[in-house]
Design a protein around this ligand. Sequence first.
Ligand SMILES: [Zn+2]
Length: 197
Amino acid sequence: MMTKDKLRQLTGDERLGQDRESEYLGAEDIDDGIEPVLTIEALWNGVVTLQRGKERKDVLSFKEERVPGIRQVRPLIVNATNRKTLRKLYGDAKASTLVGKQIQLYIDHKVRDPQDGTLTDGIRVRPFRPRVQEEPPAPVCADCGQAIQPAMGKSAQYLAAYTEKNYGAPLCAACAQTRKERAAENEEAAAAEEAPL
Ligand SMILES: [Zn+2]
């Protein structure tokens, strides 16, 4: 495509709406289906410049610069709905309470536009504390009681499943080796017993 304007072609993961010129986070900044979790860095209040003019607003800034679902984390203007949610979530909306707390954002597709009354997308704060993505607990070796460490290019989970299948118990690499040697010795001993003298 050729125009007199210098346009930059978007490729790959780049998407429409991502380079919107705004100082503040908007629904366009958040990828579909992702609910980013952000940590509140500070609370602000002042006159902000919006498309429809200047207004006094509350603003949250965040510690993260980039999280899954947001290419560039910008401060969030807090509307009345989100302020209410924050109060419900953490008891009050004081700086001393909210700084350092995490919030989970989502897009509400049925926000009424204050200008023309049409439905639009808006950023909302989930009324629950973010679900922390917990790592599955490290499997423990049945013989030595230590957490199984990745070994030989295999993950701890893989080793646990492999040894469970072959030795009937999750084992670390060292204990699996010991059991293997012991089994070989027992076999030799059994073979020696059976062998005619
Ligand atoms: Zn072990």
